[in-house]
Design a protein around this ligand. Structure first.
Ligand SMILES: NC(=O)c1ccc[n+]([C@@H]2O[C@H](COP(=O)([O-])OP(=O)(O)OC[C@H]3O[C@@H](n4cnc5c(N)ncnc54)[C@H](OP(=O)(O)O)[C@@H]3O)[C@@H](O)[C@H]2O)c1
Length: 202
């Protein structure tokens, strides 16, 4: 699969490297591809490009930039032409005005029915390494397009998560609250970043 990862920071960098290692063609979309800080990203199936260039010949666009930069980033990317859009963002402390979640804002701004919320609901250390001993931590995804969600489900497995389908895109508000709760435990409750959630079922 050809994956454009927009933003090569903590989250984008971790996911892009993982998917490249799994054999996907990854193009990182960054504001300044010539910036020497991106040199460490390049590998056989990894390229670093400008924002629009990175998304041109890809099936999936991963938004891993600060939420405040999303609208401007989308404008620079231009039409998303039915590509799957993975929204990893969190708006802290509240969802964007007029929306219940960043994912629904992104769906409205792009006019896309193929936005999937994913990889927002735990810290980047857990995205880099989702294993706790024998266990894979749970990551929750949601979206309205079944085919797009199946693709993201598989990409989450390849990133070494255990994956839970949390339903339609309207559930993104719960995934984003969940991220705020993780941040609360990690930082306000001083539990640190090596914490993660596992859903029990019987
Ligand atoms: N950190 C976490 O633990 C975590 C967990 C879950 C979700 N998230 C969400 O994931 C997204 C990315 O977080 P991150 O921790 O990966 O952030 P980060 O390390 O700061 O990386 C952000 C990336 O966005 C790019 N960017 C583009 N436009 C930008 C702008 N106007 N201002 C700043 N950066 C801009 C930066 O690239 P250039 O500067 O090179 O262009 C950088 O590579 C955020 O929405 C965050 O809420 C973060």
């Amino acid at each position: 699969m050809r994956i454009a990862v927009i933003g090569a920071g903590n989250i984008g960098g971790a996911l892009g490297k993982r998917w490249a290692a799994a054999g996907h063609a990854v193009s990182f979309g960054v504001r300044d591809p010539q910036d020497p800080k991106h040199q460490a990203l390049t590998a056989d199936n990894v390229q670093v490009k400008g924002l629009r260039e990175a998304t041109k010949a890809t099936d999936v666009i991963v938004l891993a930039v600060p939420f405040k930069a999303v609208q401007e980033t989308l404008e620079q990317i231009g039409r998303t032409n039915g590509k799957i859009i993975i929204d990893c963002t969190n708006a802290i402390p509240n969802p964007p005005e007029g929306f219940e979640s960043t994912a629904e804002a992104i769906a409205a701004w792009t006019g896309s029915g193929r936005v999937i919320k994913a990889f927002n609901n735990t810290g980047f250390g857990n995205v880099k390494n989702p294993r706790y001993g024998e266990l894979a931590i749970d990551t929750f995804i949601c979206g309205d397009d079944a085919e797009a969600k199946a693709v993201v489900f598989q990409l989450a497995l390849e990133a070494h998560f255990s994956v839970i389908d949390a339903g339609p895109l309207s559930a993104a508000k719960h995934l984003e609250s969940f991220a705020r709760f993780w941040i609360h435990l990690a930082y306000s409750q001083n539990m640190g970043v090596n914490i993660a959630f596992k859903l029990l079922q019987r």
